[in-house]
Design a protein around this ligand. Structure first.
Ligand code: PBG
Length: 326
């Protein structure tokens, strides 16, 4: 008796395997995160994120050019400002570090698509994602006081040339406030990518070193989501879609593939996933020890994120992957 069906028949020839492949990756799927800092001629490697750097504006221009040669054309900028204060006012300064970067990179590479992360943890001296006020005897980020500043930061970035803004602070009502203020300022064409389902995750560790943004006390549990929750992510995404978000993000990616899939199935909106710093660092560290095959594992991870439903992936592997996929 022969088996009635033989799935292995479709796996016999590499050309056939290409023909039946359901998920494909290309450089056009990736958004490369870049860290910009004041100074000149600075390209300082981030120890826990090999191949990623803190860059001064002049070196940032070079890095964007090198990425575009590999057909990676989308970038998200994080700023490391020269000064921090309690409210993070350098985030909306006309000559702020991200504003300078936007103008310079736009001038040098008009074809680059520039997204800006919109948050305050890099700009406040306490490292929290907004203004702190006291609530029941402890300091907490004040949602409604933070919203106008967030909108100011976004408008300032749009004025400096941002193609898209990406609020990451998990404030309630942030998308509606930003949309309103962008429209008022004439930026009706600038889309919002909302970090809609952003979890309070241990996987952000290396990023906080890179962006010099760890909270100086406490944690982010009163604004970022509990990793145990999935229905709550649906409510977060639904609100952001209603408020006018153009792209929805799930973050981190790898431990949240189920969330990506649920969001995609339920809302059918453009969906981004953030393959975060800790996910990247784990692969790099194991590969450096010779315990895993880096290229194979990284491409498997990126494929799984796309297969789960992501239309685009923010990833520190963007340049490596673009090279491997060539
Ligand atoms: C907040 C922000 C964080 C990341 C992106 N935007 C850090 C945090 O919430 O503490 C993390 C990204 C990563 O780990 O790669 N501005």
């Amino acid at each position: 008796m022969f088996p009635l069906s033989r799935p292995r028949r479709l796996r016999q020839h590499p050309v056939l395997r290409d023909l039946v492949r359901e998920t494909t990756l290309s450089a056009a799927d990736f958004i490369l995160p870049l860290f910009v800092r004041p100074g000149k001629g600075i390209k300082k490697e981030i120890t826990s994120m090999p191949g990623n750097f803190q860059l001064s504006v002049d070196r940032l221009i070079d890095e964007v050019g090198a990425a575009m040669d590999l057909k990676v054309n989308a970038f998200i900028f994080f700023g490391i400002p020269s000064g921090k204060d309690a409210v993070g006012s350098s985030a909306w300064a006309e000559d702020g570090i991200v504003q300078q970067a936007l103008r310079a990179v736009k001038a040098a590479h008009p074809g680059a698509y520039l997204i800006t992360d919109e948050c305050f943890c890099e700009y406040t001296d306490h490292g929290h994602c907004g203004i702190l006020t006291e609530h029941q005897g402890r300091l907490d980020v004040d949602n409604d006081l933070t919203l106008p500043n967030l909108a100011r930061q976004c408008v300032s970035h749009a004025r400096a040339g941002a193609d898209m803004v990406a609020p990451s602070g998990m404030m309630d009502g942030m998308v509606a406030t930003i949309r309103h203020e962008l429209d008022n300022a004439g930026f009706t064409r600038v889309p919002i990518m909302s970090y809609a389902a952003k979890y309070a995750s241990g996987f952000y560790g290396p990023f906080r070193d890179a962006a010099e943004s760890p909270p100086q006390f406490g944690d982010r549990n009163t604004y970022q989501m509990d990793p145990a929750n999935s229905n709550e992510a649906m409510r977060e995404v639904e609100l952001d879609v209603k408020e006018g978000a153009d792209v929805i993000m799930v973050k981190p990616a790898l431990s949240y593939l189920d969330i990506i899939r649920r969001v995609k199935d339920r809302f059918q909106v453009p969906t981004a996933a953030y393959n975060v710093s800790g996910e990247f660092a784990m692969v790099k560290a194991a590969a450096a020890k010779g315990w895993i095959d880096e290229k194979r594992v990284a491409l498997e991870i990126l494929t799984s994120i796309k297969r789960a439903g992501a239309d685009m992936i923010l990833t520190y592997f963007a340049l490596d992957a673009a090279r491997w996929l060539k």
